[in-house]
Design a protein around this ligand. Structure first.
Ligand code: SF4
Length: 402
């Protein structure tokens, strides 16, 4: 098979690889299409910028048997492998032609150390032989060696290891050949140490876009509390940049082919809640889980939290502390900063001013006071609950049963 056909196949295969970041947002518009290379291009958003990224596997061969994965050992599936020279040269051509601006490289595993070496060789060629200085995200394979992790954080802008599940027990239901702490958490911890050491010793910026991980949501029977608890732990202990949540979708001829697909809305609620942890100062224990540790699917978690805490509202916009402002539904970190700046120029006294600052006033109005006065459209919280047919004592339960 020629190299171009292999590139196209392994790029398409990468879209189904749970080792890749299926949860990363894909922009709507594709770059101008070039017929013979167009299928080799995936896009994702890196550092908030939309850029065409080649998302590809070094090989689709794998010796592991993860229950959810189309590449698992023994499954009848076309296997292709690119040598480091083939992949690096092809990427260089595509990059020079303006088709891609970055690389996201993962791989199946045929000997973890050997497979990781091939990926590192590829990236070294791209950086050193072809002189590419743009964005590279490199997967660290489970059980990668210390020296390989060190090389990875020096070569790549972002590194990742997918935990897949929030605990060792859950992982055993998904990927029995992987060990949770030793082969998945440990590489992230080592990468963190190496990044800190390098930056401390030389001031050199390495892996400047940080580390990320991904969870497969649903088939291990984990709760949302389990998943977000694992993420919170990683944010605190290894300085994880962010976690991705990928709603499970069954693959034919795998042990989990009969398991139900996870509703996309669950994935969405997890992303909303994760954002509350990273940017709003929430702790997992505060999130509005139901009795089984899951987030209600029908309402966003921040609004639910606010409804469950009437003692915190209404909040005076002109005096509230930043950490309280950001907890008002309809106010995010940026609009909170806008409000703080605007307060320096004088009192905020109407919803029109808040709207100009980026506040979602329809959401925020019931929860705020403006210069001591309730907003004109504001309902008292008790009335708001009634309007929503919710009970103040338990806002997720209907107030009356028919
Ligand atoms: S390690 Fe598991 S998830 Fe990754 S490619 Fe192999 S079988 Fe798939």
């Amino acid at each position: 098979m020629d190299v171009r056909t292999k590139i196209e196949w392994l790029e398409q295969a990468a879209q189904y690889d749970a080792c890749l970041e299926a949860g990363e947002p894909m922009p709507a518009a594709l770059p101008p299409r070039v017929p013979d290379l167009r299928d080799s291009i995936a896009q994702l958003s890196a550092n908030g910028r939309k850029a065409p990224i080649l998302k590809i596997l070094q090989t689709s061969a794998c010796e592991k048997n993860c229950y959810y994965c189309p590449f698992r050992a023994g499954r009848n599936f076309r296997r292709e492998t690119l040598s480091p020279d083939e992949l690096a040269a092809s990427f260089d051509q595509m990059q020079r032609a303006g088709l891609v601006q970055g690389l996201f490289l993962s791989s199946g595993i045929i000997g973890a150390v050997r497979s990781m070496d091939r990926m590192l060789q590829t990236v070294e060629l791209i950086r050193l032989k072809y002189g590419f200085r743009g964005y590279i995200h490199l997967k660290m394979l489970p059980a990668a060696e210390e020296a390989q992790i060190e090389r990875a954080v020096h070569l790549a802008d972002r590194v990742s290891t997918n935990l897949e599940a929030p605990t060792a027990q859950h992982l055993s239901r998904l990927a029995p050949m992987k060990t949770f702490e030793e082969s998945l958490v440990e590489p992230l911890k080592r990468a963190r140490r190496l990044i800190q050491q390098t930056q401390g010793n030389s001031g050199q910026q390495v892996a400047r876009s940080g580390m990320v991980t991904q969870f497969v949501v649903g088939p291990a029977g984990e709760s949302d509390r389990d998943l977000l608890g694992a993420s919170q732990r990683l944010y605190r202990e290894v300085g994880l940049h962010r976690a991705y949540y990928s709603a499970f979708s069954p693959v034919r001829n795998t042990p989990l082919e009969g398991a139900p697909a996870t509703p996309p809305r669950r994935e969405f609620r997890l992303y909303q809640s994760d954002f509350l942890l990273r940017a709003y100062g929430f702790r997992v224990e505060e999130l509005p889980f139901d009795g089984e540790g899951n987030l209600p699917l029908d309402q966003d978690p921040k609004t639910l939290w606010a409804q469950e805490h009437p003692e915190r509202f209404p909040l005076e916009i002109n005096r509230a502390a930043p950490q309280d402002l950001v907890r008002v539904p309809g106010i995010g970190p940026q609009t909170m900063r806008n409000i703080l700046r605007a307060r320096l120029d004088g009192k905020l006294s109407d919803l029109g001013q808040l709207k100009k600052l980026g506040v979602d006033v329809a959401q925020a109005a019931p929860y705020v006071l403006l210069n001591g006065r309730a907003a004109p459209v504001q309902m008292r919280l008790g009335f708001a609950w009634e309007a929503l047919h919710l009970s103040p004592s338990n806002p997720r339960q209907p107030a009356h049963s028919a």
